[in-house]
Design a protein around this ligand. Sequence first.
Ligand code: AMP
Length: 432
Amino acid sequence: MDFRQLGLDPRVLRAVDDAGYTEPTPIQAAAIPVILSGKDLIGIAQTGTGKTAAFTLPLLTRLTTGHSSPGHIRALILAPTRELVVQIHENVRAYAQYLSLSVATVFGGVGEKPQIEALRRGADIIIATPGRLLDLMGRRYGNFSGIQHLVLDEADRMLDMGFLPAIRDVVRQLPKRRQTLLFSATLSREIEAVTREFLQSPQSVEIGKRSNPAETVSQSVYEVPRHLKPALLQQLLRDPALEMVLVFTRMKHGADRIARRLEQSGIRTATLHSNRSQNQRLRALSEFKGGAVRVLVATDIAARGIDVDGISHVVNFDFPPAPEDYVHRIGRTGRANAVGDAISLVSPDESNDLRALERFIHRTLPRKRLDGFDYSAPAPAASPETRRGPGPSGGRGGSPGRGPRPPGGGGGSGGSGAGPSRGGNFRPRRFR
Ligand code: AMP
C-alpha cells in the first residue's frame, strides 16, 4: 500500500517522503481514512507502531482545509508525559514543515510564561499534558471554543497516572461538536468507559497491535558474574555495531555509576532517571537522539514511552524481574519496521527471572560469550558490590586497576551490522 492512496494533502506526503517512510504501517493504513472522514476513532496501538503519524498526518490534512481565526485553538492533543508531548511536537513539526500551521506545547516542570503567551496567541494545534493545561485553562488562558479535534494519546497511561478527573475537566470546556480520537495500548474496561464518555459512534482499529518485539527483535543473553557486568558492557561497546545503545538499570544510582564508568573510558553517555530535572532529561534525550551521546542509561520508569528512532541495541544491564518490563524494554529497539538487537547481561542471582521470561515468551534465548573476555576474573576484594550480594543495581566494577583484566581485543557482540544513518529524528528505517 502506498501513502498516496490514503487521501493525504500533497504537502504532508512530501514531509512523509522526507522522513523516508516508504509505506504506511498497519495502524496508519487503517486509521488515516477513518480520521479523514471525520469520524471518531479508537486506536488500540502501542508506541512503536507508527500511531503518532497515524493521527497527525490526517489531522494536518484536515486542518489545511479549514481556516484559523486569531486567538483560537483548533486541535488539542493530550498526552501523559512531558517527554511524550515533546516527541509528538517534534513529529508534528516535521510532518507540518510544508504547511503554515502553528503548533505549541503546554506541560509542567518548566516556566509557564511562554505557554501562556502561546495560549493567548492561539495555535492551530496545542499538544499538552492534562495537569498543566487544566491549570492554565482554570486561569482562563486560551480560547478553546473553536476546538474541532481532540486526541487522547496513550489514554491508558493517562488513566494509570490519575489524569481522568483532569481530562474530564478539560473536555467539559471543549465544544461538543468535535472529532475525538483515542489511542491506547490496551482496551480495558476503564478505557471502554472513557470512550463512551468522550467519543461518539467511534470506529475502532485494532490492527495496531505491534508484532511482539519478543519475536521480532534479535535477542541474546550473556551469563556473567554480577561484578563483571560493567567490564563486559564496556567490552561489548568496543563493537561499533552498537552505535545507539539504550542501557537499562533497575536503580538510579546504578545508572549514574555505569554512566560515569563509560564516560571515563571515553564513551559518550547520558542518563535518564527521575532524580534528574526535567531539563536534564530532555537534554539527555535530545543528545542521544542527535547522536552526541552514544549510550543512554535509563531506569524503566524514566524510559516509559520514550520513542527514539534508530536505537540499534537495548542492553539489560540488570535483568528485569517482570517479563512485561523485558518486552517493553526491548520494544525500544526495532521500532516500526526497523531492526534491533537486545542484549541481556544475566548474573546467577537473576537466572530465575530469565527462566520466568523464557516461559513467558515460550522461547529459550540464545546464550553468547564474548571472545577474549575473562569470565573468571575475581571480584574486587573490598568492593561494596560484592559485599551487598545480589542487590538490585549492580554496576560497580571496582576501581581501575583492580577490576577484571581487559580482554585482548574487541570481539563481536552479535550486533546487527550496518545501522541507520544518524542525524535528525526522522531517518529512513532499517528493514530486514
Ligand atoms: P510511534 O508509534 O508513533 O511511536 O512511531 C514509532 C516510530 O516509527 C517513529 O519514530 C517514526 O519515526 C516511525 N514511523 C512512523 N511511521 C512509519 C512508517 N510508515 N515507516 C517507517 N517508520 C515509521
